[in-house]
Design a protein around this ligand. Structure first.
Ligand SMILES: Cc1cc2nc3c(=O)[nH]c(=O)nc-3n(C[C@H](O)[C@H](O)[C@H](O)COP(=O)(O)OP(=O)(O)OC[C@H]3O[C@@H](n4cnc5c(N)ncnc54)[C@H](O)[C@@H]3O)c2cc1C
Length: 465
């Protein structure tokens, strides 16, 4: 945004949202120029924090008229750079649109604003005996609006599905400031295009999600958590598909290879039980149930299958402290691994049964390029996070090898029937790889949808579409 235009508009924005909600100091601009994607920083020209949807609409009407780029921002925990204002302009933060508007216990539906922290919502519904399953590892800080925009998953997706499976309706502010509604408290709705689902995973390029209707479930009565060490990484991945083949549907099925285990333990200063860090990989498997004994019966079946397929042990986390520690260690993995070195994080996903193939290919490719990889993720969904670390490489070696190695990993992933992002999105950093997944006709359809919502291309420019 040109300096003169900024000076001209500042008083108008301040009168629309209050001067405390317009940030232009360097520190705030820098803070809103990054998310959790690598070490990228693109400071915006201005940050605006509306307190009401009407304020947001008024601000957007001004930016539309003046043709100023705007970027929606949730909590800034994104891993593909979706909230980065890469072309400058305004960042519009949803952090003050943070009301839980309603928990309808008769219809099992929650109605929320986009700035509600995921875990706050989960705890609220749990206090009423209800359950909102999507649980990204960042749930303590990320917002529900960001979860919608990224179609977030998490460990429980394996049994309960991802964010899209809970979205029943939305209100959306379009890039010109108009507000549109779709869906609501209806379990069925085939009335025109499903705009709510189109918004899910749209990564902030179509409109601002300002109100969300979310399906809730009754809270399971019991959960059993197990830690399963394997002396062989491939065997742990093979075991995952076999669990499902044998009719077990765990409520979580996570895989961590040894380097991921070690990084998390070092980062938090606590350990997994049973010397898990000596295994080549561990599975974290949870079962749950609505009737007494159901979770334990499933856990016994899990134990049999894992032991048959090469596990050295199946350790029951028999206290809430042990359970909490295991989940803390798993949730900290991303942060822990990234602390080790400069990195690139990939979010590959393949059909579940292809996971062993994906892992062995990733390891071979990284070995060929002399690059260290650390793998972990939502194995039950076939969703493997591959962290590629710069350890031991010069800048030159890293720059010449890393993109080629990632391309090879994506070629293999796509060849196995998979795709390049399961839950982190394409955003800014993965857009160069999108033509590996979609042909020009497919990309053209996506561009046409973008144009229908945002003909001036002002919303979140420079991103994947
Ligand atoms: C340690 C860590 C662990 C993680 N674990 C997981 C995991 O297990 N599973 C998973 O799926 N993800 C995970 N993530 C990624 C990230 O937390 C999710 O993508 C999350 O949904 C982003 O939410 P946010 O509020 O931080 O959004 P932001 O990062 O602020 O924004 C993400 C995108 O959404 C858009 N956006 C935000 N709010 C709106 C809105 N109201 N309307 C329209 N567009 C909007 C932005 O423009 C941007 O494109 C993890 C991240 C970290 C740092």
């Amino acid at each position: 945004m040109k300096r003169e235009m900024l000076a001209e508009l500042l008083p108008q924005f301040k009168s629309l949202v209050g001067k405390e909600n317009v940030l232009s100091d360097l520190e705030s601009l820098k803070a809103h120029g990054s998310d959790e994607t690598e070490d990228l920083n693109f400071p915006p020209d201005l940050v605006i924090i509306p307190e009401t949807v009407e304020q947001l609409q008024e601000v957007v009407k001004v930016t539309y008229a003046k043709e100023i780029a705007i970027t929606p921002r949730g909590a800034g925990t994104g891993l593909s750079g979706g909230a980065l204002p890469v072309n400058g302009g305004l960042v519009i933060s949803t952090k003050k649109l943070n009301c839980i508007l309603e928990i309808d216990q008769e219809n099992l539906i929650g109605v929320v604003e986009p700035g509600v922290i995921t875990e706050v919502f989960q705890k609220k519904v749990e206090s009423l005996g209800l359950f909102y399953p999507p649980d990204p590892a960042s749930r303590g800080s990320c917002f529900l609006g960001g979860n919608m925009a990224e179609c977030s998953g998490g460990p429980r997706a394996v049994k309960y599905g991802v964010t899209k499976d809970y979205v029943m309706g939305m209100e959306i502010v379009l890039p010109d400031g108009r507000l549109i509604r779709h869906g609501g408290k209806l379990l069925k709705n085939v009335t025109g295009f499903n705009i709510s689902q189109l918004m899910v995973g749209s990564e902030g390029v179509l409109g601002f999600i300002t109100k969300i209707y979310l399906r809730l479930l009754p809270l399971p009565k019991e959960r059993v958590l197990m830690l399963v060490p394997f002396p062989n990484l491939q065997d742990s991945a093979t075991c995952v598909a076999n669990l499902f083949k044998e009719g077990v549907v765990p409520s979580a099925c996570e895989l961590m290879e040894r380097d991921a285990v070690l990084a998390s333990e070092k980062h938090l200063g606590i350990s997994f039980p049973a010397n898990a860090n000596q295994a080549e990989a561990v599975l974290i498997i949870e079962t749950d149930g609505y009737t007494e004994g159901q979770a334990m019966t499933e856990a016994e079946r899990v134990t049999e299958i894992c032991m048959e397929l090469g596990a050295t042990d199946v350790v029951l986390a028999d206290s809430s402290q042990k359970q909490e520690n295991i989940w803390r260690l798993r949730r900290a993995t991303g942060e822990a691994v990234k602390k080790e070195a400069i990195y690139k994080e990939e979010d590959t996903v393949v059909p579940r049964a292809a996971l062993p193939d994906l892992i062995s290919n990733v390891k071979q490719i990284c070995q060929r390029y002399g690059i260290k990889s650390v793998c972990y993720g939502h194995a039950g969904d076939g969703n493997l996070h591959v962290n590629i670390l710069k350890t031991g490489l010069t800048n030159e070696e890293w720059n010449s090898k890393v993109f080629e190695a990632i391309e090879k990993i994506f070629e293999v992933t796509i060849g196995l029937g998979g795709t390049i992002s399961g839950e982190h999105g394409i955003g800014y950093v993965q857009k160069r790889y999108l033509p590996m997944v979609y042909n020009s006709d497919e990309l053209e359809v996506m561009r046409a949808i973008k144009n229908a919502f945002d003909p001036k291309g002002l919303l979140n420019p420079g991103k994947w579409v």
